[in-house]
Design a binder for this molecule. Structure first.
Ligand code: IVH
Length: 701
């Protein structure tokens, strides 16, 4: 055995393995499903533990570990990139008259009444990015971000077809030493559909439109996923351009030959958008197609309808025409406002809309329990398609738009995107309209529906809800959860479809005969699976709680609960307030737990699990510390210890440390330069402690 592997105990190996599986699961929930099960802080805790273990035990290095992915942890996942020239946005015009007004503004800005030469090109509805080429090599690729700072998505952009990693040089347009190219990344229509088909087969939620799919693909931490997405890139603009790489001998000979027949100086200058587009092609980059030079504004107006008519036949989404002053010198003369250049504007195409009536609003329960209100519409033709329903997204959206059942509404669809309700027409109301309220019970399983504070989504909290059963069983059986070897999604699909399993407890009632009768599961695998089920029954309390898939409750939270409340009964019976007394458990987690265990049907599943033999060792209850149940808020700087130290020491004695002062706060500790929290404490009559008094409490006096 190699020295490296003998040094690592089986226990550590298992922990690393478990962390990897668990993090992979949470990545999926966070990035793909947008349905995190644990808080960011909990995720960070797991992630850091894995990083620490991998650093301590290099023998466990694995290139497939979640820590090895590009920029891995969420939130801080991508490095920031400052654009050397801000990436501005564009002003809009919505009519021909406004296009004329734009032209007049340009003329005034240039103090001329002469014609202006413009270029008009389709406005691509994708995601704006910047590519930096250093000496012809792709060095950095970043998103637009807020225009000043974007995210470094180089690894992902390298996978995009039509983004060359090395530019071609040519005597007429030698590659610059430094070149910043702006453009739009997008997913062609047909690739968007096949991506959604694949996702549907895998039971993953579909992307609402190609732009969302593009943005999601560019934000992947694993660039091999981006590579599968078949993204495309068109260039439309220039950031900074500096220097020229000296031409090679071969190029020089070519240049001498070429120049004798060239009418322009060589290397050719880039003085206009038109010349820039030519250079792009030479370098091997693809400019936005269909662009054309318009010598006068009348030519611009003529071209708008042509480009709009082509809209549906193109393989990419366009939502307008960008009109730019062609000459770079004139562009510079016109300059820019803080948000957008004065030399360009976007003419927006009219949306594809129609008016119809909302016959009903029906909540639909998704795989992760989210209730989405869907409007049943009086069928209407929009752009050659009959539209019968439209997603209303969530309750906030319904309230914001003031939508009622029976309302006459404007519905829009763009491309093949799910139609949506743009607005209601209140003038058309007859008085018969009704407001929609979310049901308090899930329309599929009858369990309680809960909405978390600050969240738009309502969710079914039923552990046995058929709409989300497959998802919760997969989570229950996964490695980081109950670790039921061999119980994958395909088997779970069959078990649910054949009505053999209605909740996780039913898994332990399955017989080898029932399993052997499933497709693609012979007798041997069926026996292996019953063995695995049997083995998984011996677990730990935190794992069992985590396996239930309660929102925001991962294993770390479950362990905390188990340590402080002792047994499962006390956890299940604890009121929201009592749960909040457990260190590190905030209101959100407490609410989620109380809503989950508050339901008889969820408690029944837990009972069934225990009855079928799921067992775990009793945990040592942490003795309540001297400050148990007391809530502290820290403000200002402490002289003898840092805030995290103070927090840790308070928590070690059973206290809870929160960030905002309320009537429930027991003490506010005011250090040097306390903030407004001290004033608030005074106002609410909360006792204020000095640092010395805090130290006294910490020393147990
Ligand atoms: S030129 C302000 N040309 O539209 C910089 N932009 O709404 C000049 N866009 O941020 C931009 N297609 O992401 C230009 N052919 C095109 C475009 C285009 C799409 C995007 C771009 C810009 C946004 C403004």
């Amino acid at each position: 055995m190699a020295a490296g592997s003998t040094a690592v105990s089986q226990e550590i190996r298992q922990e690393v393995e478990r962390l990897r599986t668990e993090l992979a699961l949470h990545n999926h929930r966070y990035y793909v499903l947008d349905e995190p099960l644990i808080s960011d802080a909990e995720y960070d805790q797991l992630f850091r533990r894995l990083v620490d273990l991998e650093a301590a035990y290099p023998a466990l290095h694995d290139p497939a570990s979640p820590t090895q992915k590009v920029g891995a942890p969420p939130l801080t996942a991508f490095a920031q990139v400052r654009h050397s020239v801000p990436m501005l946005s564009l002003a809009n015009v919505v009519s021909r008259d406004e296009m004329q007004e734009f032209h007049q503004r340009v003329q005034r800005g240039l103090e001329t009444t002469q014609d202006i030469e413009y270029v008009a090109e389709p406005k691509i509805d994708g995601v704006a990015v910047e590519l930096v080429y250093e000496n012809g090599k792709l060095a950095v690729g970043s998103t637009r971000g807020d225009g000043v700072t974007g995210e470094d998505v180089t690894a992902n952009l390298r996978t995009v077809r039509s983004i060359p990693l090395t530019l071609r040089s040519h005597p007429v347009h030698p590659v610059p030493e430094w070149l910043e190219i702006r453009g739009e990344v997008f997913l062609p229509e047909k690739d968007f559909h096949s991506l959604n088909d694949t996702r549907a087969k895998a039971g993953e939620p579909h992307f609402a439109n190609p732009r969302n799919a593009t943005a999601g693909s560019l934000k992947q931490l694993d660039s091999s996923i981006t590579a599968q997405r078949r993204l495309y890139f068109f260039c439309y603009g220039l950031g900074r351009l500096e220097g020229q790489i000296p031409t090679s001998h071969q190029e020089f000979v070519y240049m001498l030959q070429g120049c004798s027949i060239l009418t322009q100086p060589c290397p050719a200058p880039i003085r206009s958008h038109q010349e820039f587009v030519r250079a792009l092609r030479v370098w091997g980059l693809e400019p936005v197609p269909q662009g054309c030079v318009c010598p006068t504004v009348e030519d611009v107006l003529d071209i708008l309808d042509d480009l709009e008519a082509q809209r549906d036949s193109l393989d990419y989404d366009t939502d307008g025409v960008v009109v730019k002053v062609n000459s770079f010198a004139l562009q510079a003369q016109l300059g820019q406002t803080s948000r957008s250049p004065r030399w360009a504007t976007a003419y927006k195409f009219s949306a594809i809309q129609a008016t119809t009536r909302i016959l009903n609003i029906v909540p639909q329960v998704g795989r992760t329990g989210t209730l989405t209100p869907v409007a049943t519409l009086d069928p209407v033709h929009i752009g050659g398609v009959t539209v019968k329903s439209a997603s209303l997204h969530n309750m906030d959206e319904i309230e914001r738009k003031g939508i009622r059942i029976g309302d006459t509404v404007i519905v829009e669809r763009a491309g093949d995107v799910i139609p949506y309700v743009v607005k209601t027409i209140p003038e058309k109301r007859t008085g018969q309209e009704r407001s929609f309220t979310m049901p308090t019970a899930c329309p599929v399983c009858g369990a309680q529906v809960a909405r978390e504070e600050g969240e738009a989504a309502y969710r079914c909290t039923g552990l046995t809800c058929p709409a989300q059963l497959k998802e919760s069983l997969t989570f229950f059986a996964a490695r980081g959860s109950m670790d039921i070897d061999g119980l994958g999604e395909k088997i779970i699909d069959q078990l649910v479809d054949k009505d053999l399993v209605r909740d996780p407890g039913d898994l332990y009632l399955l017989t080898a005969e029932q399993l052997a009768a499933l497709d693609r599961l012979g007798e041997k695998s069926a026996h292996n699976l019953t063995d695995a089920l049997e083995r998984s029954k011996t677990t730990t309390l935190p794992r069992l709680i985590a396996a239930l898939g309660i929102r925001h409750v991962g294993e770390a939270t479950a362990r905390q609960l188990a340590e402080y409340l002792g047994d499962l009964d006390r956890i299940m019976q604890a009121e929201e307030e009592a749960l909040q007394d457990v260190p590190d458990i905030g209101p959100e987690v407490a609410r989620s737990l109380a809503a989950f265990f508050g339901q008889e049907r969820n408690r029944a599943v837990v009972k069934k699990l225990l009855d079928t033999g799921v067992n775990f060792p009793r945990l040592e209850v942490k003795p309540a510390g001297s400050l148990h149940g007391q809530t502290f808020v820290l403000t200002g700087t402490l002289a003898s210890l840092t805030r995290p130290e103070a927090k840790q020491r308070l928590e070690a004695l059973g206290a809870k440390v929160t960030s905002s002062v309320s009537k429930k706060t027991d003490y506010v500790v005011a250090g040097i330069d306390p903030g407004s929290k001290r004033d608030k404490a005074e106002k609410l009559g909360v006792p204020i402690l000095s640092e010395a008094e805090l130290l006294e409490k910490l020393s147990g006096q």
